[in-house]
Ligand binder design. Sequence first.
Ligand SMILES: [Zn+2]
Ligand SMILES: [Zn+2]
Length: 167
Amino acid sequence: MSFAAEAPAELGIEILGVPEGSSIDIDLRLEAVMEGVLVTGTAQAGLVGECARCLEAIEDTVQVDIQELFVYDDPGHTARGDDLDDDVSRLEGDLIDLEPLLRDAVVLALPFQPLCRDDCPGLCVECGARLADDPDHRHDEPVDPRWAALGNVVVDQNEDRPAPPED
Ligand SMILES: [Zn+2]
Ligand SMILES: [Zn+2]
């Protein structure tokens, strides 16, 4: 079965995510098994965010696979308590709560460092200009000679190490 769902708030990571209220296209197959209902399918959603290097707005889409076994919420079993795995997904009545699944799947599918393009040159370290807009961007003032000297310092890590005690 295919349907569209409205995206919940904060679906994604801070820098990239599915806008709240936007449409998520979900395609699911439900299969009755011994223990409950096996849910498999895919979900596709739009993403908005910003480039981790140059902060340019990004629009993208994400598609995730969903697979989860929802076990019957049997009051006789839950009453016994401890021997049941708390992490298991349960049918609540006849309802399947897809949101936690979707949340996990989407977050896993997102890049840690979303980029506007693979080779995004980022921002100029001196003035913050976006280098992709201005490939020939440079500053004519020479680098401060005091800092330039640091480029020539070679640290010999063994030189000053005290000899180990003899006894
Ligand atoms: Zn960028
Ligand atoms: Zn600059």
